[in-house]
Design a protein around this ligand. Structure first.
Ligand SMILES: C[S@@+](CC[C@H](N)C(=O)[O-])C[C@H]1O[C@@H](n2cnc3c(N)ncnc32)[C@H](O)[C@@H]1O
Length: 414
């Protein structure tokens, strides 16, 4: 524990150093300051401004207007992605690229080879398929919602593939373009899968987290590069912070929850790494560290994830409040509330539930044949079932409104 605390305070000092330097060019807007930093989470930037001022390093005359600007509600929307792909869900750690990054990755991949596999990169696959020249691209992902979306628009070169669990497909590609969730285990599993999918002398185009992402990210990145070497991959190119992301609905809600309302633009910028495959080495696949499985139901475009967990006996299906305001205040995998979440919306609203799998089944039945299910519910179904479904429908409506307006609004479901 002491060790972790020490590391975090080192990180705070590093962030304070970056902020102190960035402030010298006198940014007027909070977003300008955040954009000048190497992908530091806006809440950490706010905390740094407060610290610098409290420690007398930067005057309150400089920090206060920036802190006030962060809290100013912008009239412009914060740019929730309105492309046609399903709204990103926090369980998938699905941060989508901004269009400039999507185009850059498409261009780079096409310059490196013809047969391209998009592994966990739905935006790149969508972009490659805008033009006819892309019939050689293939999409692999664990997320059923994105897979089904592409199939529904007639793109059939798509397959469900979980990098931790599934057998590698037999097809071979010239280039793999991938953006794993930004955690070491996920990188290892994705890179292992890529090493099975790409032929020798082919390329892996990978996005790495920028240096300001969290404490220890430098160490994590070196582990990823070493893992690449073990797999026979040779790093041939690295460009820091050149791939901008959009802010997903779930993160926007967390930021608003933390009191940051201003327009932030594409402040998060990933680092581009390109590897050439020199040889294929036999290395065993890293173990799956995630024990949770989730089922999904979609209502009015709002995605609900239900933890796969059977409950026995009589259970109350109503959603329980587990955090104030229902929105999870962070988007990090280490958030201590995460293990208690049974039902999770794409807008980052989280709830406990005694029978999440039963609720999933009930809700899916209702969505697929609303008339029959609503009759069942109103004519004899237990009151708590009726109530739970009412809660879910009101959440779905509420989050649809948020997405349409591009802003967070408080929602009372209980
Ligand atoms: C950080 S997002 C990348 C999205 C990308 N930036 C884009 O805009 O196209 C991570 C992606 O990896 C997928 N994913 C997460 N874990 C996975 C796994 N174990 N196997 C395969 N895909 C996975 C998610 O569903 C999501 O599409």
């Amino acid at each position: 524990m002491i060790h972790i605390g020490k590391r975090n305070s080192n990180f705070e000092q590093t962030v304070d150093g970056w902020v102190e330097v960035a402030i010298r060019s006198r940014p007027h807007l909070f977003r300008t300051l955040v954009s000048a930093l190497p992908g530091v989470y806006p809440l950490n930037v706010m905390n740094s401004l407060t610290r610098l001022s409290a420690n007398g390093i930067v005057s309150a005359k400089t920090t206060l207007p920036l802190l006030q600007d962060a809290k100013r509600r912008s009239l412009k929307t914060n740019g929730i992605s309105q492309d046609k792909l399903p709204v990103p869900h926090p369980v998938d750690f699905d941060w989508r690229f901004a269009p400039t990054a999507t185009r850059a990755l498409s261009r780079i991949s096409q310059s490196l080879g013809k047969r391209i596999a998009c592994l966990g990169t739905p935006s790149v696959f969508a972009n490659l398929n805008k033009s006819r020249s892309s019939s050689n691209s293939h999409y692999f992902d664990r997320c059923d919602a994105s897979i089904n979306f592409f199939k529904s628009i007639g793109l059939l070169n798509v397959d469900r593939l979980d990098c931790f669990r599934d057998f590698p497909p037999s097809s071979q590609f010239d280039v793999i373009v991938m953006d794993p969730p930004w955690y070491e285990d996920e990188y290892k599993a994705f890179m292992w899968m890529a090493s099975q999918l790409v032929h020798v002398n082919g390329f892996v185009v990978l996005v790495l987290p920028p240096l300001g992402t969290r404490p220890n990210v430098t160490l994590e990145r070196s582990c990823v590069l070493e893992w690449g070497e073990r797999l026979g991959m040779n790093l041939v190119h690295l460009s820091e912070g050149c791939l901008p992301y959009m802010t997903p609905h779930f993160e926007l809600n967390s930021l608003h929850n933390a009191g940051i309302y201003c327009e932030l633009g594409s402040w998060r910028r990933g680092t581009l790494a390109v590897f050439e495959i020199q040889q294929r080495r036999r290395v065993s696949r890293p173990p799956n560290t995630s024990k949770c499985e989730w089922d999904e139901a979609v209502c009015l475009g709002t995605r609900f994830r239900f933890k796969r967990r059977r409950a026995f006996g009589l259970v109350d299906l109503r959603l329980d409040t587990i955090v104030k305001g229902d929105v999870l205040s962070s988007v990090s995998r280490t958030d201590p509330v995460r293990p208690a979440v049974d039902v999770w919306t794409s807008g980052n609203r989280v709830f406990g539930c005694e029978g999440p799998t039963q609720l999933y089944k009930l809700f899916s039945r209702l969505i697929s044949s609303p008339r029959r299910a609503s009759v069942d519910l109103s004519e004899g179904g237990p009151h708590h079932e009726f109530e739970a479904v009412r809660q879910l429908v009101s959440l779905a409506k509420h989050e649809k409104l948020e997405r349409d307006r591009g802003c967070y609004t408080p929602c009372i479901v209980s």
